[in-house]
Structure formats: structure tokens, C-alpha cells
Design a binder for this molecule. Structure first.
Ligand code: ZN
Length: 180
């Protein structure tokens, strides 16, 4: 997921790439070199791009891994500042009925922003980089990032979640209207 500043997108899969439309494969060996090296590469890519999240398909790997690295930004000044965290084989096990619409961008969808409805609270299960299982309740911006990135592992982008194409606007208009 894109933050307000997006820089180097050169090696990130862009909308239309096949890998973004496939269901990514479960990770069997979290502690193995392949997984650990991929996590390292994703962490440096998302930081270089100034994103708040990135999923393995966005770096051309079909694997159920994403990185979350929330930080305060123009839309979410209260967003927690978190170290880049690897989320592996994630599942959402419970959703709140309540949904809220807010703006999202994506490193794979250049120059666009969308007003995307997401569940406000979710209960999730995932494994961390050490292979330890976590069960957590997430809300607000973190819950939004989790849902956006998990969609990538299921072949979806935020555009697929829009209620109407009227909720899709250019990034330059978004800056003008919402980032003053
Ligand atoms: Zn994205």
C-alpha cells in the first residue's frame, strides 16, 4: 500500500502483471533461506518506495507473505509507527460488520487513489519471520493495510474493492483535495 510519498517503483509489478492476479502459494519453510531472503528484499523495496505495505506478488513472487510498516501520514496522522513486520500465511478469521471507506493507494497501481470500504476491525492469524503463530485483533489503519495486502495474496487490488469507479481519482487530484 502506498503512503503519500512514492519514489522508486522500478522493480515493482504493475497492474496488468499476471503475478498480481494469481492466488499466491502458502509458505512451507518460513525459516529457510528462500523465505528469509525474500522478506529482506521486500523490506528494503517497501522502504525505498516509501510504502506502508507490500506483498510478495508485487515483487514477482507467488508466496503468501506481506510486509506492514505503518507510519503517520497525511490521511492517518495517528497511525502507529511500526518497524517493517513480515506477515506470513495470513488469514482473517473474523470481520466486523462495520465497514468504513477511506483512501488507498498502491505501489502496483500508479498515480491513482481509491476510496475503499474495509472492515473496521478484524481478527487475524499469521506467522512471523521466526515462524511463531500470532492471533490478533486489528483495527483502524493497521486493519486497512492488512486487508489491502491480503487481497494481493488472493489476486486482488484495491480497485476490485471499490463500490463504484466514481471512487477512483488521480493521485494529483487527491493531493490537491485532501493533502493541503
Ligand atoms: Zn497494494
Amino acid at each position: 500500500m502506498a503512503n503519500t510519498t512514492t519514489k522508486d517503483k522500478s522493480n515493482i509489478a504493475q497492474l496488468g502483471a499476471q503475478v498480481l492476479r494469481q492466488r499466491a502459494l502458502e509458505v512451507d519453510d518460513i525459516l529457510g533461506d528462500d523465505c528469509q531472503n525474500l522478506i529482506k528484499a521486500m523490506m528494503s523495496t517497501v522502504q525505498a518506495a516509501g510504502g506502508v505495505g507490500i506483498a510478495a506478488p508485487q515483487v514477482h513472487h507467488s508466496a503468501r507473505i506481506f510486509i506492514m510498516c505503518s507510519k503517520p501520514n497525511a490521511r492517518y496522522p495517528g497511525a502507529p509507527l511500526m518497524e517493517p513486520t513480515a506477515i506470513i500465511n495470513p488469514e482473517i478469521i473474523e470481520y466486523s460488520d462495520e465497514k468504513v471507506k477511506d483512501w488507498e493507494g498502491c505501489l502496483s497501481v500508479p498515480s491513482m487513489r481509491g476510496l475503499v470500504p474495509r472492515h473496521t476491525r478484524i481478527k487475524v492469524r499469521y506467522f512471523d519471520q521466526q515462524g511463531i503463530e500470532h492471533n490478533r485483533e486489528l483495527n483502524g489503519f493497521i486493519a486497512r493495510i492488512f486487508q489491502h495486502e491480503l487481497d494481493h495474496l488472493n489476486g486482488l487490488t484495491f480497485i476490485d474493492q471499490l463500490e463504484t469507479t466514481q471512487d477512483l481519482i488521480s493521485e494529483s487530484e487527491w493531493y490537491k483535495q485532501y493533502c493541503r
